[in-house]
Design a protein around this ligand. Structure first.
Ligand code: OAD
Length: 247
């Protein structure tokens, strides 16, 4: 394992610009279930009923109730994987993170350049007038929450059938096109357009390193190196290797 961590460390040290694409797997060790692993969220909740914008429009109270019950999102803390990526950024070795996660844990760990590809759960958006408010400023005592204009508030996370926030989309493509190393961490890489990022990076000449206990659709196609280990284990190892190389 350390030999692979060393290879990743070497690649990061020598890269001109490293960008990370992260998914639910990086937060698994913080106690947040992933979507598609056995026992994951989509085993427990049918995405057609809870995760599409049509489902939200049909029954916003039901979708809000599921989110309110999902306490892991509120109590989770960053794990060594998040912390390690934040340290890499502070060392000038990680340009930014494109994350599909809405859990805010990269920011909580200290990462400053985070592109929230699937939005966030810190804010709500009125479906009628477009007003954006911090989540904690609205009452969830009766669901769904309503805006003063009479519209329903929706969490600012992206639902299936909704567009990716345009700024995040543009920035992510730009970063993917201009990096020369992409770390793909804890994502099954099946949801597009997020899963496009490693392909865009590869086409532009970047190397691709995956950190994931399981192989993905990228593995064996565009991945140069896969470290089949938990992110919270291997990212600190990579960091330790980088520090050892620098001293
Ligand atoms: P998935 O649940 O599809 O994939 C999670 C990945 O993390 C899998 O490939 C696991 O093998 C891997 N994994 C599990 N534990 C890990 C660990 N400790 N360290 C590293 N990797 C680990 O989650 P995403 O790829 O993030 O979108 O899913 C993408 C999108 O699908 C989500 O953003 C969400 C969902 O529907 C929306 O809701 C719009």
């Amino acid at each position: 394992m350390n030999a692979l961590a060393r290879r990743a460390a070497q690649a990061i040290r020598t890269a001109r610009k490293t960008v990370a694409l992260t998914g639910a797997g990086i937060s698994a060790e913080s106690g947040i279930p992933t979507f598609r692993d056995p026992g994951g969220l989509w085993d427990r909740y049918d995405p057609e009923e809870y995760a599409t914008i049509d489902a939200f429009r049909r029954n916003p109270a039901k979708v809000w109730q599921m989110m309110k019950d999902f306490t892991a999102l509120k109590t989770a803390r960053p794990n060594p994987g998040h912390v390690g990526l934040a340290q890499l950024e502070h060392m000038g070795l990680l340009h930014c993170i494109i994350t599909q996660n809405v859990d805010n844990l990269h920011q909580a760990a200290g990462s400053r350049h985070v592109i929230e590809f699937h939005g966030n759960m810190r804010q709500v958006i009125c479906q009628q007038c477009g007003q954006v408010l911090p989540m904690e400023e609205i009452s969830l005592d009766t669901l769904p929450p309503y805006c003063g204009c009479g519209g329903v508030f929706k969490p600012a996370g992206v639902f299936f059938g909704e567009p990716i926030p345009p700024q995040a989309l543009a920035r992510a493509y730009a970063e993917a096109r201009t990096c020369d190393l992409m770390l793909v961490i804890g994502t099954s890489a099946v949801v597009y357009p997020a899963a496009d990022m490693p392909w865009v990076a590869k086409e532009a000449g970047a190397r691709v390193i995956e950190i994931n206990p399981e192989r993905t659709d990228l593995t064996g196609q565009i991945t140069d190196l896969i470290i089949q280990e938990k992110a919270g284990v291997v990212i600190p190892q990579i960091l330790a290797e980088i520090k050892a190389m620098a001293s």
